[in-house]
Design a protein. Structure first.
Lengths: 311, 307
């Protein structure tokens, strides 16, 4: 008797879950999320990136020295006594001027992440609007706009950024302008291609028949439908911009003292390895690699999750 | 085919001219003059210097003179900072070096990358595949400025096998580390692209037909699968070339190879405008030229492209 009850119970529960499943349809984003969560490498990368973020946000609470303060007691013998040590509070050792490398690394990681995220955001906004406009309007406007992009893409972007930095002074804001000015190009091409395939769909035609204006159609109907592609490329753009910024800072043309970035620290560390101060290279390099690799993995995972046909 | 190449050339030439004009105007839009120094020069001296470099003429005339010099005589003018140097002299001195290790790096990246990718695709889901995928994924995060100091630590400091810098007329121990540092990340990308492209081709219908005909595996791979596999690889070569040209700046700086990269960085730090302008144009022209070559190769590979 009890057995039959429990069996009925179970059938009921199964029926319930089935109707539940039927009622709660799975949206594209929830589908993508579950696919993303099944990708172990991507989830691991998210955790690694969160740890780096925590290091930047919470790390300063544990620092015993500020990033500007010079430890006069040890600066005379950085190579001998300036190594990483828990006893004197310099967890990552000292840099070549006797400043605390732990505080400097936090500062640098923060700068690099900020440049990456803001740069990517600027590039994505400009690129998406430009590409969507060109693709939606079409005709000779589109032709002219995209020909301009082609020409700009034909020039090595790094040299244009450096040219801008040299001509208008090596400041932080100029770095953003320079990186932003070249990073949106690729994005605008991708977005335009997607827009071309969207603009003849029925819902756009319906919007146009209802008398909606061009800009409103682009912003309210085209752009939301591009979000999948945009999110994937934005994620892949962040590490690229961090790489670009680090490259320029490595050459000494980017972020200037007392500000610093991972590229600048790697450069300083690479210049002093002849004195045996390997930690000056190792710690910045570690955070650089963890950030870049995890962003690559996250971007890859997002692409697999949001763009299933690409696999 | 010939008319296609000619048409591409017709697009490349205006692009190149636009590049020159754009860089020139950017340079002259910068505030201040290259001869502004902390101690103000007497106005007569300043006027003399400006007349010597042609800076007293109106801007359109300066641009015209520069363009004529570049196009007809391939003359980029004198350096603004070093009185005994010309931009052409710097290019003649440094460019052969950059070209030498750049070409070697490019060949190494393509050969090793493609072989690694093909090997991984043919042995999909075996340890060869896993090692190839794993190393190429992490190596993508190893740009030249990360590879260079790591290589110096390992091969110069720990093992003492290779010199940590210099060029020595291209003797091989001096070339090894620049080539490895420059090619690693591109090799990794090429391997990844080749692998996924090869896997896609191997799953396509015409390969199944070739298998059904009973062709040996070797013939299938080399005669049928290789050409379509290379198409995405060839379209990546353009960006790879740009990356390598950019990377050569780091190599020249870090390994003191004496190539043009070091002059470029120094000119950027010294605000030596004419050297910077000339080298930027050279880098840009090389890129445009190379993109032209890849476009032609792509057209030759892909029967779907009509010229």
């Amino acid at each position: 008797m009890t057995q039959t009850v429990s069996r009925e119970d179970r059938t009921e529960r199964i029926a319930e879950t089935m109707t539940d499943a039927a009622i709660h349809g799975r949206s594209l984003w929830r589908d993508a999320l579950s696919r993303f969560l099944r990708n172990r490498a991507a989830v691991g990368a998210v955790i690694a990136l969160l740890l780096v973020l925590a290091f930047v946000l919470v790390g300063p609470a544990f620092a015993r020295f500020s990033n500007e303060e010079i430890d006069w007691a040890l600066m005379g013998d950085v190579a001998g006594q300036g190594g990483p040590s828990l006893a004197n509070g310099h967890y990552f050792g000292l840099d070549e001027l006797g400043r605390d490398l732990y505080a400097r690394t936090i500062q640098a990681t923060g700068t690099s992440l900020t440049v990456g995220i803001i740069g990517a955001a600027v590039a994505v906004i400009i690129g998406t609007l430009y590409g969507a406009f060109a693709g939606y309007v079409g005709g000779s406007t589109d032709n002219l706009m995209m020909r301009g992009v082609d020409i700009l893409l034909a020039v090595p972007s790094m040299f244009i950024i450096i040219l801008l930095l040299v001509m208008f002074g090596r400041s932080f804001s100029m770095l953003f302008v320079g990186i932003g000015a070249v990073s949106w190009l690729e994005m605008s091409r991708i977005v335009r291609g997607q827009t071309l395939s969207l603009r003849n769909r029925e819902f756009i035609e319906a919007a146009r028949a209802a008398g909606v204006g061009t800009m409103t159609i682009i912003l309210r109907h085209i752009v939301p439908n591009l979000m999948g592609v945009v999110v994937v490329y934005a994620t892949l753009l962040v590490p690229q911009i961090i790489l670009t910024e680090s490259f320029i800072s490595f050459l000494g043309l980017g972020v200037q003292e007392p500000a610093t970035s991972l590229g600048a620290l790697i450069s300083a560390g690479a210049a002093t390895i002849t004195f045996g101060t390997v930690w000056q290279l190792a710690f910045p390099l570690f955070f650089f690699l963890v950030t870049i690799v995890s962003l690559f993995f996250i971007g890859d995972g997002l692409r697999d999750a949001l763009d299933p046909k690409d696999r | 085919m010939l008319s296609y190449i000619l048409r591409r050339l017709l697009v490349a030439i205006p692009t190149l001219l636009l590049l020159v004009v754009l860089c020139f105007l950017l340079m002259h839009a910068a505030p201040g003059s290259p001869f502004n120094s902390e101690r103000a020069l007497p106005p007569q001296v300043l006027a003399n210097i400006e007349a010597k470099y042609g800076l007293d003429k109106p801007l359109p005339l300066q641009l015209w003179d520069y363009l004529v010099g570049v196009v007809t005589r391939f003359d980029f003018g004198p350096s603004f900072v070093y009185r005994d140097r010309t931009v052409n002299g710097i290019i003649a001195q440094g460019f052969p070096v950059t070209l030498t290790y750049g070409t070697i790096s490019f060949i190494v990246a393509v050969l090793v990358g493609v072989s690694l990718g093909v090997a991984a695709a043919l042995r999909q889901n075996t340890w060869i595949d896993y090692i190839a995928v794993g190393t190429s994924f992490s190596a993508q995060a190893l740009p030249n400025f990360v590879m260079a100091p790591i290589l110096v630590i390992v091969f110069t400091w720990k093992l003492g096998w290779l010199p940590g810098g210099g060029w020595n007329n291209g003797a091989w121990p001096y070339v090894v580390m620049p080539v490895i540092a420059l090619s690693t990340s591109f090799m990794a990308s090429i391997a990844r692209i080749t692998r996924s492209s090869m896997l896609e081709v191997l799953n396509s219908n015409f390969i199944r037909t070739a298998r059904a005909k009973g062709l040996p595996a070797r013939t299938i791979v080399w005669r049928h699968a290789m050409k379509p596999t290379m198409m995405p690889v060839v379209s990546y070569l353009g960006p790879a070339f740009v990356g390598m040209i950019t990377g050569s700046v780091v190599i020249d700086m870090y390994f003191s190879t004496g190539g043009i990269g070091l002059f470029y960085v120094n000119s950027a730090l010294n605000r030596d405008y004419s050297v910077m302008l000339g080298l930027t144009i050279l880098y840009g022209a090389l890129t445009i030229l190379f993109n032209l070559v890849t476009d032609v190769v792509y057209a030759w590979l892909d029967p779907k492209i009509r010229y």
